[in-house]
Design a binder for this molecule. Structure first.
Ligand SMILES: *Cc1c(COP(=O)(O)O)cnc(C)c1O
Length: 355
């Protein structure tokens, strides 16, 4: 590993928010991690410092060309219990896959893991323990070189910030209504759809905004070439239960390889439920709905874990799933996954890492 992480403690700890009513991503803890990169020197000066604004030159490349990547993961704690992370190495490996795609130099995953552990330990008192709450972890990299030439930056900063977050759902899980998007596309294979980078989100906001204006909370993206095959929903991967089997779009270069997606596939297989990773067209979905074999649908992602889908709007036709209620499989997967993450369900997979 070689590099030693230095620590500068905050001398003015902040007031902690009321954990019974946390808004996602609004409050941040007392400390942050930061490490810099310079061509020639490599990554250097890993340090934990008081949470603070950063100063950048207006010409910093990240503002102009969007050379940036991020990750999202969570730390969980029950009252008096240990701090638990869920498959953190998967996130750090994906961070480096995103880095490679965006021409950003790789980060030593063991060093990043050590930084994560030390930072969380220092701000452990910030981890909420109320039902459904957790500490959201946001590692990210920005290109900081101050030149307007279009070329990979020669300077970067890697940072980790922490935010106590509440339950995605105030009263258990509730189905969401989804608008199937036929005008805008999110990504195409060969582009950056399978990297966790800000541009994918910027490109999706317009569709999200229009769907929201029609009363839908997310969009279901179709592929950018045929506008036919299901990709993902908002910032989540998507699963459908059709005629007893579970179908999810195969990783095709334009959708994100979600840690929750991979985990749910393994959990379902562990339960002897058949899972197919393949191309799934909107026509096949409509056909299944008409025949009455489209039983359930849900999105998967770190923030919500499982988000059941109660309605799909495809070109004005509304398809109501499981009478708009959370389906039994969605419920079961949600209970199991969140139980694993909090350490109250036995972990047969070796996914949970104790801090
Ligand atoms: C982060 C993300 C997901 C979910 O990934 P998880 O690792 O399960 O949190 C899905 N789709 C997109 C576009 C994402 O950015």
């Amino acid at each position: 590993m070689g590099l030693k992480i230095t620590v500068e403690r905050s001398t003015s700890p902040k007031q902690k928010p009321d954990t019974s009513n946390l808004v996602f991503g609004k409050h941040f803890t007392d400390h942050m991690f930061i490490m810099d990169y310079d061509a020639g020197q490599g990554w250097h000066d890993p340090r934990i410092i008081p949470y603070q604004p950063i100063s950048l030159d207006p010409a910093a490349k990240v503002f102009h060309y969007g050379q940036t990547v991020f990750e999202g993961m969570k730390a969980y704690k029950t009252p008096g219990g240990p701090v638990l992370l869920f498959r953190p190495f998967k996130n750090l490996q994906r961070l480096n896959r995103s880095n490679t795609r965006l021409s950003i130099p790789s980060i030593d995953e063991d060093l990043a893991m050590e930084a994560l552990k030390q930072l969380i330990k220092i701000d452990e008192d910030w981890i909420p323990t109320d039902e459904g709450t957790s500490l959201y972890i946001r590692p990210f990299v920005i290109s900081t070189q101050a030149t307007l030439g279009v070329s990979p930056s020669e300077q970067y900063s890697f940072m980790i910030i922490l935010s106590p977050v509440g339950s995605y759902y105030a009263e258990g899980i509730n189905p969401v209504s989804i608008f199937v998007e036929s005008e805008y596309v999110r990504a195409v294979a060969g582009g950056v759809g399978n990297a966790k980078t800000g541009g994918n989100y910027a490109a999706g906001l317009k569709a999200q905004e229009e769907a929201s204006g029609k009363g839908y909370s997310q969009v279901l993206w179709l592929d950018g070439v045929h506008r036919k095959y299901i990709e993902e929903v908002g910032s989540m991967n998507v699963f459908f239960k059709i005629d007893g089997k579970v179908v999810t779009p195969a990783l095709n270069g334009s959708i994100l390889d979600g840690v929750t997606r991979d985990s749910v596939i393994q959990v379902l297989k562990h339960w002897n439920i058949e899972v197919e990773e393949r191309k799934l067209s909107i026509d096949e979905l409509v056909e299944a709905y008409r025949k009455g074999t489209l039983e359930e649908a849900f999105g998967t992602g770190t923030a919500a874990v499982i988000s059941p889908i109660g309605e799909l709007n495809w070109q004005g036709d509304k398809m109501t799933l499981n009478e708009g209620r959370t389906g039994p499989l969605s419920e079961k997967v949600y209970e199991f996954m969140t139980g694993l993450q909090k350490g109250v369900v036995e972990d047969p997979f070796g996914w949970v890492v104790k801090l």
